[in-house]
Design a protein around this ligand. Structure first.
Ligand code: ADP
Ligand code: MG
Length: 615
């Protein structure tokens, strides 16, 4: 079976297919379409993203519904607004010769009354996100009691996003004898449960391997110190000049921050997260689709609907809290038959998470090295050379040639080439020539993770600190954690085991962050008050009893009359401490403002890239 005609589609659809330039049906289309056209049956179809699932359910639905009737007969549920609009557009295209067809999209973030009005005009097919759909049902703005075909598209993602209840609720308003067609990239337990619950002996079709993330994607990880994460990211971008990527962070705040840093450092980047208005998100997505943005920094939730086919790299700037989420991230690349790379930047304590993910995706990660400065210079230079070589000459340049030729009258071709490329090369060379190796040796990986390495559940191999603020200063553990995350510019999991006492507290970070933490609190004042952080000798790791500094015993660091500097150097064991202090002093009265500090510590503001204006 090799053509759309063979599948049994009618002329209206074939004509539209022809217009769209589809030549042959994809695997999932070839398998699903004949079944759905011939039988009144439930169906479970498993196929990777980008395999043409929309048409696999869209064509049969369009052919089977009665377009002369204004009753709503088809309902397609999809996880995000983005996908909802995309499916609606595709359906309209497929059905462009089906006279009288009305496909309506229903999704949050837009006027509900407008949507209700469109439905009222008579929509044979509704494409909806579960949240808004449920809302409209409860407000009696839609009638889905005559639905004959319901589609659960990207079922795994819908369940991942917590739409199970909504879906259950919605389907309870549809007739018993309708057909349900479920499409999903993976078949986790929740999906098979849903299938069991809502479907009657569904026919199952599978394209490719079940539960395997796209094998078009190779998985790589890069081992760096936590503090070098951002530098690592920049190098990965610099080493891939044509990168077109989604960069995942764990929190909205980190997402915004990384995007801002990248923009400031001259990269074409943008942020996508839930704190942006719908309008802002639409703009960012538009720029990304148009490739005006090369690096889209996103949270998992905001990135769910991203359906852009030619993403070259997915970069996990931070790993997700749930290892399963990784599949959805890496599935953003390697779409529509293309290959892609999913990169993970990890610190030593996170290496175990890689193992958990390998088990889930059933694929091995390759440990790769963050390229060194000279490699990047070479890559950039060769990329430019290739670009120049393949550039078409713009005839407009002829007008200026005389004066340019005059300028280079004495220059040989050889010299000219050297000069021309030095313009770009020198910029990268100057930036990178003195930069350090960011890679952490893998041998220390095993050594470090041992029994005590933190993985998705575990803990330890970290530094424990004493800080001279406590309950009497208005902190509980959450507030203190927030405060530390904020001023130190750390992620959600970076500060842990926070134990707040009356006048002081303890907390842990990974050992790698120790230097950053201590350096930050070298002379830090909060609300006019000196905040002191030291390495705790409390090896009990947060047992609530602490011999030396027992709670409420009136022991206060404040009352210590020793001069600040002396107190510090005597109470800390780290040998570099005094150097650090004097270097911070020698920088004069620099601001202790947390913004300034965190920017400096996190982002290397010098960059080989010319600054771009913000888009
Ligand atoms: P999925 O839902 O499986 O992720 P889509 O239905 O969104 O995939 O299709 C991915 C892209 O492939 C879309 O741009 C779609 O127009 C295109 N497409 C679908 N079927 C075909 C086909 N048979 N031939 C060529 N392109 C197709
Ligand atoms: Mg789809």
């Amino acid at each position: 079976m090799s053509t759309f005609q063979d599948l049994g589609l009618n002329d209206d659809l074939l004509q539209a297919i022809n217009d769209m330039g589809f030549e042959t049906p994809s695997d999932v289309q070839a398998k699903a379409i004949p079944i759905l056209l011939e039988k009144e049956t439930d169906l479970v179809a498993l196929a990777q993203t980008g395999t043409g699932k929309t048409a696999a359910f869209g064509f049969p639905m369009l052919q089977k519904i009665n377009i002369d009737s204004r009753t709503t007969q088809g309902l397609i549920l999809s996880p995000t607004r983005e996908l909802c609009l995309q499916i609606t557009n595709e359906m309209k295209q497929y059905g462009k010769y089906c006279k009288g067809l009305n496909v309506v999209a229903i999704y949050g973030g837009a006027s509900i009354t407008d949507q209700a009005r469109e439905v009222k005009r008579g929509a044979q097919i509704i494409v909806a996100t579960p949240g808004r759909m449920k809302d409209m049902i409860s407000r009696r703005m839609v009638d889905i009691s005559k639905i004959q075909y319901s589609v659960l598209d990207e079922a795994d993602e819908m369940l991942n996003m917590g739409f199970k209840e909504d879906i259950t609720d919605i389907l309870s308003h549809t007739p018993e004898d309708k057909n349900t067609w479920l499409f999903s990239a993976t078949m986790p337990k929740e999906v098979s449960n849903i299938a069991k619950k809502f479907m009657k002996s569904p026919i199952e079709i599978t394209v490719g391997n079940k539960n395997e993330s796209t094998n078009q994607v190779s998985h790589e990880y890069y081992l760096v110190n936590a503090r070098d994460r951002y530098q690592g990211l920049k190098r990965l971008a610099d080493a891939n000049p044509d990168i077109f990527s989604v960069i995942f962070c764990r929190t909205k705040r980190d997402t915004q921050k990384v995007a801002e840093n990248l923009i400031e450092d001259g990269y074409s980047a943008g942020a996508l997260h839930g704190d942006l208005s719908q309008n802002q998100r639409d703009l960012v997505m538009k720029s990304f689709r148009n490739k005006q943005i090369q690096m889209l920094v996103a949270t998992d939730v905001a990135a769910r609907g991203i359906d852009v086919d030619d993403i070259t790299h997915v970069i996990n700037y931070q790993l997700p809290d749930e290892p399963e989420v990784y599949t959805h991230r890496s599935g953003r690349t390697g779409r529509a038959g293309k290959t892609g790379i999913s990169m993970v930047i990890v610190s030593k304590s996170e290496v175990r998470k890689i193992k958990s993910i390998e088990r889930i995706i059933n694929q091995k990660f390759e440990l790769k090295q963050i390229p060194d400065g000279m490699e990047i210079c070479e890559v950039q230079l060769m990329s430019l050379a290739n670009k120049v070589h393949s550039t078409e000459i713009n005839p407009e340049i002829n007008k200026y040639l005389d004066s340019i030729n005059e300028l280079f009258d004495e220059t040989t071709k050889d010299e000219l080439i050297k000069k021309f490329f030095s313009v770009e090369f020198t910029r990268f060379f100057n930036y990178y020539q003195k930069t350090k190796n960011l890679n952490v040796a893998e041998s220390s990986r095993d050594h470090d993770r041992g029994e005590s390495g933190r993985d998705y559940k575990g803990n330890s191999n970290d530094s424990r600190y004493f800080i001279n603020v406590g309950r009497k200063d208005g902190y509980d553990w959450m507030k203190l954690k927030d405060f530390l995350k904020e001023v130190l510019d750390l992620g959600r999991d970076d500060v842990f085991k926070v134990d707040v006492k009356e006048s002081f507290s303890f907390f842990n970070t990974e050992k790698e962050l120790q230097e950053k933490v201590l350096a930050f609190f070298t002379d830090y004042k909060h609300d006019g008050r000196f905040v002191n952080v030291e390495i705790s000798e409390d090896k009990g790791r947060g047992t609530s009893r602490n011999k030396r500094r027992n709670d409420g015993g009136g022991f206060s660091r404040r009352s210590n009359n020793k001069p600040k500097a002396e107190r510090r150097s005597s109470s800390r064991s780290d040998g570099n401490r005094s150097d650090r202090r004097s270097s911070s002093k020698s920088q004069g009265n620099r601001s202790s403002n947390s913004e300034t500090r965190s920017r400096r510590s996190n982002s290397d503001s010098s960059s080989p890239r010319p600054r771009r204006s913000r888009r």
